[in-house]
Design a protein around this ligand. Sequence first.
Ligand SMILES: [Zn+2]
Length: 385
Amino acid sequence: MSSVFDDLVGQEHIIEVLKGAVAASRTSSDSQEMTHAWVFTGPPGSGRSSAAVAFAQALICPNQGCGACNECQSAATGGHPDVEVIRTEGLSIKVEEIRELLTRVAWAPSMGGWRVVVMEDADRLTESAANALLKAIEEPGTRTVWLLCAPTLHDVLPTIRSRCRHLQLRTPSIDAVTQVLIKRDNIAPTMADFAARVSQGHIGRARYLATNESVRSNRKVIMQLPLQLGSLAAAFHAAQSLIDLATDEASTSSESRDEKEIEKLQEAYGKGATGRGMATGAAKAVKELEKEQKSRATRMVRDSIDGALLDLATFYRDVMMVQMGVSESLINSDMRSEIDGYASSSSSHSVVQKMSAILEARQRLFMNAALLVTCEALMCRLAKP
Ligand SMILES: [Zn+2]
């Protein structure tokens, strides 16, 4: 029989724990027996939020997570009254948002089982938001289960993480990702192998790349950048291209969604309504939504640049492997001759410095540094011989 856990690639160690918890939640009617707060951690792409959502489905499904029933499907698409998935579009989750969430989940679960809240970016909780959440987690006898996701345990405030059961996801092997792409998504083996390899076990990214021609061609342009840094002018040019490509990727996926959201909001207020209070209310709500959309767009561009920097790092990683004489497992085996050429014309010391330059740039962007300046500084360092 298929189950919601089938989609979690390479996470057998966690699936066992989750299945056990689901089974235990059925046999005992005492809510004290259930662990009410969990933290799912793992590197980007390991599927921490997919694991949390699968667990939520299994908790409310009459068949412990069949994936096919009404409960399972509505939970996955955000239509189940007892399952709430919090996705953050902004850079932080504020205390007002948590307070609002807490009033929403205050009542008993409608189906008499569990109410499950999945929070995809628990690392973005502000301190006051985390404290508000803490009170809810500590409340005894509740039927609410909290599933928090974060890159590492250190990204979650100590007060919260000390009250949670921790599950650590692994990066799935390239082979496992390839197999999933072939079997589940019907992707041709050569393409699946390429996408899995360059995505480094990031399954979502691998699928996106394998099914999206324009993303693949953008990546190709980015991977050529290290070979084009002959002068300072070229470095500045490369920085601008990097930002343009990232903005392009981010905006194609968000524009139509933005419009739809505004339309929906206007409909909710009654489009064309003439009552004065109505009109100001709608205008204010649209303004707020636009503000949110802007912050989401900023975040998407930043995420997209971060992805591009990770891609660039794989180039230097491969160069380093060739310089060390370990060249069987190149990530970018399609760029073999370029990598060989670069390896023989540069010192291993400079390659290591370039990799750390990329790491520093990622950290700076994570701390909200200005995009263009950071990318320019990085490209200048990558341009050094
Ligand atoms: Zn089900």
